[in-house]
Write a protein that binds this ligand. Structure first.
Ligand code: FEO
Ligand code: CA
Ligand code: CA
Length: 610
């Protein structure tokens, strides 16, 4: 760490610390009642658990009184003709196309007439794991490439509970794999724009595939939103002299195959020197209707193009749809979309995400903020279509605030208050973002070379998500009070018993408790000593309390969260266990290949969990 640290007045900004072994949350009243009557148990409007210690075990750890089991792992077949996962060859192109994808991330459970449909992003692949059967630990054959592309995308699968365990309903007519090769329709203002024209699609209206879908969203009209994040790393150039345009560079397109995916050599459309507009057709939010298995996914360009994390959908007081979105890269921005038309239950709402206004957030040091609208006039661009394609450049022009890597956004279910994880930013106060926007220390990004992360929250003026003004504060600054005594100790609600780093996935349960998942440093050493593996915690927005609920297996990220309709099961994603190689065999144990998995967590007494 740098000895020279610039920080702002953080103690005044962050939440209240309350250190207790026993955690009862659900509002101040429940908190006090339980203090008087310890061990009162679960009721409809609160959650009680004994917080767990950090650990570095190769398993999932949950509090006493809770159990977990695996629902689905990478490579599990969705149809009965599929072979079980093969630990020797780790699947083939053909088997992967009919199986659950890799690296599960954001997900939502849809309930229809008592049946349950889990829709899950399959974000990416780890080369040494998926291609661990090859000497090079990389894609070596055309079938390896087919397998890798099929491991990406989105999985739709019906699940059912039998004898207390959730499993895939094989053969369900709703089961579906959407991959990096599936047909997509491009909709919204950028549809047909010349920057989207390619040899295969001269009209710029139909893209092929979706990949690197990170967080997710769901709409009030029953559709799923997959969010394309690091789409850039799949592109490369066969021509070493190819000159990348400034916008391509801003989006991180490289001439080199940075992570060795090999897609650009195996599938020419990823060769940017031959197809320079292809990258412009990724980086969007993709709307999927899980109840219509034959429907074509829609790339909704009105929501902007950047490295999308998730999409938190709420309704403004007018009934317009508001979508909050983060761009997860160092020094990038926070956005919101406001639809032109209103949501009306029962109406055809399928066009709501195609027309609206896009804003980027500006935070002021006086704890206020405003949403700056991106229009051709404010962004100095020729058209709305161009703003939807070069959204980052538009937000730079209006002077939005560069953030510490905005990850998930979650809206409080009982009041107009929105939370966003800012996972970390080693460049804060050190260097500008890719658009050369300064990254000064201050406001919601108060620590230089911030390697722990924080959660910012804001309340829109007039308690209306359509307002362009808001007030903000920090709910928590992550840190390590056993190592640091300055701002890097974290805010007052961080202590030796609940510390963590790099908050990423967040979601509110029905009661208004905030579930926080981490994707951070799991070395358990130095600045991260005592934090153990990546984890999931529960925060109480009213009191500031945060307590650890779950610890994941080794080298995993905990990401993706959704509840069963009866709120008696919580589904949580365990992504890339053993990503560094060797130390994890989750979930199979023994010598098995580590596999990303969805786990179900249930209270042993059948009570509610959130
Ligand atoms: Fe895929 Fe920003 O995490
Ligand atoms: Ca994430
Ligand atoms: Ca992450």
């Amino acid at each position: 760490m740098s000895p020279r640290r610039h920080t702002t007045e953080i103690q005044a900004l962050a939440g209240i610390a309350i250190s207790r072994r026993r955690f009862v949350a659900g509002g101040a009243a429940a908190f006090v009642a339980s203090t008087l009557v310890p061990g009162i148990g679960h009721t409809a409007n609160r959650l009680e658990f004994e917080e767990i210690a950090a650990n570095s075990l190769d398993t999932v750890t949950v509090p006493k009184g809770y159990s977990w089991h695996v629902v689905a792992s990478w490579g599990d077949p969705l149809w009965s003709d599929g072979a079980p996962f093969n630990h020797q060859n780790r699947g083939t192109g053909a088997s992967q196309e009919r199986a659950f994808g890799d690296n599960n991330d954001g997900m939502s459970l849809f309930n229809d007439d008592g049946r349950n449909f889990l829709v899950v992003n399959n974000e990416y692949t780890n080369q040494p794991i998926i291609h661990g059967n090859r000497a090079s630990k990389k894609s070596e054959t055309a079938d390896d490439l087919r397998k890798a592309k099929a491991a990406h995308g989105v999985t739709v699968m019906e699940i059912a509970q039998e004898n207390g365990r959730w499993t895939i309903v094989q053969q369900s007519p709703f089961n579906r794999r959407i991959t990096a090769d599936s047909p997509m329709e491009i909709t919204g203002p950028a549809r047909g724009h010349e920057l989207l024209h390619t040899e295969a699609d001269p009209n710029g209206t139909s893209a092929k595939g979706t990949w690197n879908n990170c967080g997710n969203g769901r709409t009030p009209w029953g559709t799923y939103l997959a969010c394309e994040e690091n789409f850039n790393v799949y592109f490369a150039s066969s021509d070493p002299d190819y000159e990348l345009s400034a916008p391509l560079k801003r989006y991180g397109i490289c001439k080199k195959d940075k992570y060795g995916y090999g897609w650009a050599t195996g599938d020419e459309r990823f060769d940017v020197s031959k197809h320079p507009n292809e990258p412009n057709r990724a980086g969007y939010i993709v709307e999927i209707d899980p109840m219509r298995p034959n429907s074509t996914p829609k790339k909704r360009t009105a929501l902007g193009r950047f490295k999308h994390e998730n999409a938190e959908v709420v309704l403004a007081n007018s009934g317009r749809v508001v979508v909050y979105m983060g761009d997860d890269e160092r020094g990038e921005f926070l956005y919101k979309f406001v639809s032109d038309d209103q949501y009306v239950e029962g109406n055809d709402n399928s066009g709501l995400l195609d027309n609206g206004r896009l804003f980027a957030a500006k935070f002021y040091d006086d704890m206020t903020g405003s949403w700056l609208e991106l229009t051709p006039a404010t962004a100095s661009m020729n058209s709305t279509a161009e703003i939807c394609i070069h959204t980052r450049l538009a937000a730079s022009t209006v002077g939005a605030t560069t953030m510490d890597r905005p990850e998930w956004i979650a809206a409080h279910p009982k009041k107009a208050e929105v939370y966003c994880t800012l996972t970390n930013n080693k460049n804060r106060g050190i260097k500008p973002n890719k658009g050369n926007d300064a990254t000064p220390v201050g406001g919601p990004n108060p620590r230089e070379a911030n390697h722990y992360g924080q959660i910012v929250r804001w309340s829109p003026d007039g308690a209306d998500h359509e307002s362009t003004g808001f007030r903000w504060d920090l709910f928590v600054l992550a840190g390590n009070p056993t190592v640091h005594s300055d701002a890097f100790a974290g805010s007052k609600n961080i202590n030796a018993g609940n510390m963590f780093n790099s908050p990423d996935g967040i979601a509110f349960d029905k009661n208004g408790l905030l579930w926080i998942q981490t994707d951070g440093n799991y070395t358990n050493k130095g600045d991260f000593a005592g934090m153990g593996n990546n984890q999931m915690l529960v925060g109480n927005p009213e009191t500031g309390e945060i307590h650890r609920f779950l610890v994941g297996p080794r080298e995993c990220e905990v990401t993706g969260i959704t509840w069963a309709a009866d709120r008696r099961t919580l589904f949580v994603g365990i992504q890339h266990p053993g990503e560094k190689g060797g130390s994890s065999h989750f979930p199979g144990g023994g010598d098995t290949v580590p596999r990303s998995s969805i786990v179900a967590i249930t209270p042993d007494d059948g009570s509610l969990i959130g």
